[in-house]
Ligand binder design. Structure first.
Ligand SMILES: [Zn+2]
Length: 71
């Protein structure tokens, strides 16, 4: 999931812009999502391209892998 690097939570993130690029009129080739944290006003973008294994992150957001915590 995506979270704010400042607040370290996804709770206040909103997608402010989402763009989908098409190839050959049907296949989704690239998705760009712009996030804004409503708590600290940070913004960041995520670009998910089909030719790459992992999404590219820019700005004040990060991808976290959810895993169970055993305290
Ligand atoms: Zn934040």
């Amino acid at each position: 999931m995506i979270e704010c690097t400042n607040c370290e939570t996804a709770q206040f993130l909103q997608i402010t812009q989402s763009r989908v690029y098409f190839e050959d009129g049907e296949l989704i080739n690239e998705i760009t999502e712009t996030y804004q944290c409503t708590l600290c006003d940070s913004t960041g973008t995520l670009t998910d391209t089909e030719s790459k294994d992992e999404p590219v992150i820019d700005g004040d957001v990060q991808i976290t892998t959810e895993r169970p915590k055993f305290a």
